[in-house]
Design a protein around this ligand. Structure first.
Ligand code: BTN
Length: 259
């Protein structure tokens, strides 16, 4: 039995959003390590203001409260370690370790999305409550979609699940245990320079965006290029027509090679 900081696991049948719940708990002073897991969310949040939906009881919907001592430019590493731990856990349950599409989607074998990560910080928190909280939520498609027929038109051809990828019925509790166990040493690494370098390197190794032709959409513009590196901060380095750029936050699409 591995001891982790994730001992306070709060389970809900239904919640609007596990991220919203933990952000509110953090504002009340909840410590690092609290976990919220829901069978169903009725207002699940995705990246870039999107929603995240899954039928009740089918997928793993979980958030963790972290309070890492990270400079602002390193905060991406908090979501990177959660994506890595989820990838570890899926690999442990299925024998197939999913790759990570920058910034932190887990992909199935054919490039479909298997899981998504959303990190939300409260930078205005009270200093006496410790380092500012970062709530990192992950939705892992475990049993849903069971087949292409389950997908709504907007997700057709772009989402997958552990069930669809492997034919296995993975137990969500076992997957959560695996995730939290894998997350413990990765979060501990955020506390040292060598540890952070190791996590950035691990992320780079598992990042399937590297070498891909990509379209990057920023808040005010978009550009295309080739993803060539992940920086020590976890940011994506892209060689574009206008030169080399480092992408801190944005949406990335893998483009299919011409022809
Ligand atoms: C994405 O858009 O790819 C990120 C999706 C993140 C979904 C998870 S499910 C658990 C947690 N609670 C939320 O409201 N969102 C995250």
């Amino acid at each position: 039995m591995v001891t982790t900081r994730f001992t306070d696991i709060r389970r809900f049948d239904t919640l609007d959003s596990t991220n919203r719940y933990l952000l509110d708990e953090a504002r009340l002073g909840a410590p690092e390590g609290v976990v919220a897991v829901a069978d169903h969310q009725h207002a699940g949040r995705g990246r870039l203001g999107r929603s995240w939906e899954a039928p009740a009881g089918a997928n793993l919907l979980v958030s963790v409260l972290l309070r890492p001592e990270l400079d602002p430019e390193l905060r991406h590493l908090a979501s990177a370690v959660v994506a890595l731990a989820a990838s570890d856990a899926i690999g442990g349950c299925t024998g197939r370790v999913p790759g990570i599409k920058w910034p932190n989607d887990l992909l199935g074998g054919d490039g479909r999305k298997l899981a998504g990560v959303l990190a939300e910080a409260d930078l205005g928190s009270r200093p006496d409550q410790g380092p500012p909280p970062i709530v990192v939520g992950i939705g892992i498609n475990v049993g849903w979609p069971a087949s292409e027929a389950d997908l709504p038109p907007e997700l057709a051809g772009s989402a997958t699940s552990i069930r669809m990828e492997t034919g296995q019925d993975v137990d969500r509790g076992q997957l959560l245990d695996g995730l939290l166990t894998a997350l413990e040493p990765r979060v501990a690494d955020l506390g040292s320079s060598d540890g952070r370098s190791g996590q950035a390197a691990a992320f780079r190794d598992r990042c399937v965006t590297l070498g891909q032709r990509v379209r990057v959409t920023l808040a005010d513009r978009a550009f295309e290029g080739t993803a060539v590196d992940v920086s020590p901060e976890g940011h994506l380095v892209v060689d574009g027509d206008g030169g080399r750029r480092t992408v801190v936050a944005g949406d990335v699409v893998h483009l299919r090679p011409a022809g």
